[in-house]
Design a protein around this ligand. Sequence first.
Ligand SMILES: [Zn+2]
Length: 97
Amino acid sequence: MCTCIRLPATQVFVKTGYTQDVTERSKQWTFACNMTTTLVYSKARKPLLIPYARRVEALCHAELQHVNEIVDCNACVAYHMEWLRTSVAEAIAVVQK
Ligand SMILES: [Zn+2]
């Protein structure tokens, strides 16, 4: 599943990627990072097997590298590496290519 998730805590970060269960992934951020997220784009309404999902994700991240930021998370005391300071529209446009 290809997804774009907006992080409402800041309203400026978008995360793109794939996961087997986006709902569970969002719950993990809520628990560990004390933030709620909003799913703004999904390739499929139900889980969809995408060939080479990791490669597709890498291509999206490469194209959005110019807006990638490393975020020091105060809640889980970790650095988040793939948060994108961009608009939801730009992130979705890249994912849809
Ligand atoms: Zn965190």
